[in-house]
Design a protein around this ligand. Structure first.
Ligand code: GDP
Length: 194
């Protein structure tokens, strides 16, 4: 997809704050610092619309990005940051549960993991949660530029095995540094949405 226009529409916690855009939505989830903001920026050709390296655990809102007036990315605050209080973690859980289970325009989720490492317990829990609620999911292994090309298949396999991925689910490698994987990700998003 050629992104000609992208803007942050709103930040929301509760359903009455969600925007009424009447376009399909794709939600983006991943642990704090995994590279989610960098992923969004690269996908929409913006250097810094999604702010990178915010203090982990700080952005406790859903951020809605309208793209070409036809699709919306919904940035879900990162999980797995150890210093978040129990109360904040619970509030996060309520917020995402409400969004994912009630949001009519939602077409699926993108789960971003770090290609360098085995998926964390939280990554596994997030993937399982999407499967449990039958939310279509694309898994993106980002920071691919940090792994030599010859070793990438091995790392992708580790992601697949550790998440115990459904063979029908898509797993793609990506790099926000080089942009590789971007076209393949757009194609998978299109399949979810259209
Ligand atoms: P977020 O907390 O998930 O939004 O993560 P950020 O997008 O802020 O990225 C965290 C750190 O990883 C930053 O220092 C980024 O520059 C770096 N980063 C993100 N994506 C990539 C990537 O594809 N390749 C490399 N080499 N670094 C990345």
């Amino acid at each position: 997809m050629k992104v000609v226009e992208a803007e942050i529409v709103t930040s929301a916690v509760k359903p009455h704050q969600y925007p009424e855009l009447n376009v399909p939505e794709i939600a983006l989830a991943g642990r704090s610092n995994v590279g989610k903001s960098s992923f969004i920026n690269k996908m929409i050709n913006r250097r810094n619309l999604a702010r990178t390296s915010q203090k982990p655990g700080k952005t406790q809102t859903l951020n809605f990005y309208l793209i070409n007036q036809e699709l919306c990315f919904v940035d879900v605050p990162g999980y797995g940051y150890a210093k978040v209080s129990k109360a904040d973690r619970e509030a996060w859980g309520r917020m995402i549960e409400t969004y994912f289970l009630e949001r009519e325009p939602l077409r699926g989720a993108i789960l971003i993991v770090d290609m360098r490492h085995e998926p964390t317990k939280d990554d596994i829990a997030m993937y399982d949660w999407f499967k449990h609620f039958e939310i279509p999911v694309i898994v993106i292994a980002t920071k691919a530029d940090k792994i030599p090309k010859g070793k990438r298949q091995k790392h992708l396999k580790q992601v697949k095995v550790t998440l115990n991925m459904d063979p029908d689910d898509v797993l793609l490698s990506f790099s926000a540094e080089t942009g590789e994987g971007k076209d393949a990700v757009w194609q998978s998003i299109k399949k979810l949405v259209y």
